[in-house]
Ligand binder design. Structure first.
Ligand code: LMR
Length: 403
């Protein structure tokens, strides 16, 4: 029976990591998958995480199952990070959080929840968006549509186009917004723009779904949640899919959360009962270890402070690399946008949507062993003092060849 099965295409992001691994070139550079690297090109375990793991190794007494939606203490920390301690949403019990296997797990549970409980709802994603969004929601049977987002001419936000598209959504449709550090473009709305976006979604009767995978990578944990707060102020009902892969560096522990905010506590309980049905059918209950690390760090004032310092160090290194990338491209006469490379510094989070074409990305891979996502998305966190010259020489070569 299996002889009829065709080879599936490689994943546009994780497939690059596989190709990178197989590349024998000692000078190869991986700027594909969104994983933080330090100045030595390593993805270290945060010291606060190591400390929490030591504590857990001593204090953990069981490996018994977690509840279907995970440990409630973990969920409480998630809500504080999202909405701020003492927020009305938390105090009124309008939010219900489930610990999911990563942010992707949260998206899939949200997709299944939407399909089962909001019949006919379409999901609107930005153009472009994370390469896996359409696949995750499509697999859940949700119809996926696109709203305008990126303006290639300015390498910035097409805000008017975005608002125009959002005005065409039907009541009951779900609008996926990137909470901060838009993936893949790195282009975020301003606070004033967030207020308008939130209002338009509310006027249309839409349900916002905020994908919040990079909290703390733009300006800070609190600063990066202002867009989400605008959305929550204007919309009584919303869905948040968040992740600790990046800001805790817990990629392989798969620690994420699905938080649904309802009109009141009673509705939140009913919604959560349906989310639990979905989870039980998917993976039964979440893995414990990563969530226990996050809870242990956030339960402890000293470890929480250490976490914020370590997160700030990651953020600062990425921003430093943005400046270096701009300088090194400028010095080689490369202009990734006709107006110059200044846009790179304005993009936020791990990624820079470089403007490199699919063909140029292909040449970078084939001839220079430099791995970038086909859309031209560069993981700035993968750039180091050691590889930046080689990277910019190669970009100069492929962009000059294309002219
Ligand atoms: C990315 O966009 O590179 C990350 O979110 C990792 C992934 O799963 O694609």
């Amino acid at each position: 029976m299996f002889d009829k099965i065709e080879m599936a295409p490689a994943d546009p992001i994780l497939g690059l990591s596989e190709a990178f691994k197989a590349d024998p070139n000692p000078e190869k550079i991986n700027l594909g998958v969104g994983v933080y690297k330090d100045a030595n090109g390593a993805t270290p375990i945060l010291a606060c995480v190591k400390a929490a793991e030591e504590r857990l190794a001593k204090e953990e007494t069981t490996k018994g199952y977690l509840p279907i939606d995970g440990d409630g203490r973990y969920g409480a920390h998630v809500q504080k990070l999202l909405f701020g301690e003492g927020s009305e949403i938390i105090l009124s019990g309008r939010a219900a959080t489930s610990h999911t296997p990563g942010g992707t797990g949260a998206l899939r549970v949200a997709g299944d929840f939407i399909k089962a409980n909001l019949p006919g709802a379409k999901l609107w994603v930005s153009d472009p968006t994370w390469a896996n969004h359409a696949a995750v929601f499509g697999a859940a049977g949700v119809e996926v549509k696109k709203y305008a987002y990126y303006d290639a001419a300015s390498s910035g936000l097409n805000f008017e186009g975005m608002i125009e598209s959002l005005k065409t959504i039907d009541a009951g449709d779900v609008v996926l917004l990137h909470g901060c550090c838009h993936n893949p473009t790195g282009v975020d709305p301003t606070l004033q723009q967030w207020t308008q976006i939130a209002a338009v979604v509310a006027e249309q009767g839409g349900i916002p779904l905020v994908d919040f995978a990079y909290q703390g990578f733009a300006e800070g944990v609190l600063e990066d949640s202002v867009g989400l707060h605008e959305v929550a102020n204007a919309n009584k009902e919303l869905i948040v899919c968040s992740s600790f892969s990046k800001n805790f560096g817990l990629y392989n522990e798969r620690v994420g959360a699905l938080t649904i905010v309802a009109k009141d506590a009673d509705e939140a309980k009913k919604v959560q009962s349906q989310v639990k049905v979905t989870i039980r059918r998917n993976y039964s209950n979440p893995p414990c270890h990563g969530g226990a690390i996050v809870r242990t760090v956030l339960d402890d004032e000293g470890l929480s402070k250490q976490w914020l310092d370590e997160l700030a160090a990651m953020r600062d290194r990425i921003n430093g690399m943005r400046t270096s990338l701009t300088r090194e491209l400028d010095s080689r006469g490369v202009k990734l946008n006709p107006a110059g490379n200044g846009f790179i510094a304005g993009q936020r989070g791990m990624f820079s949507f470089s403007g490199l074409t699919k063909e140029q990305v292909g040449v970078l891979k084939a001839e220079h062993s430099i791995y970038i996502v086909g859309s031209g998305r560069i993981n700035v966190a993968g750039i180091t003092e050691n590889n930046i010259a080689r990277l910019c020489d190669a970009i100069a070569a492929v962009t000059q060849a294309a002219v």
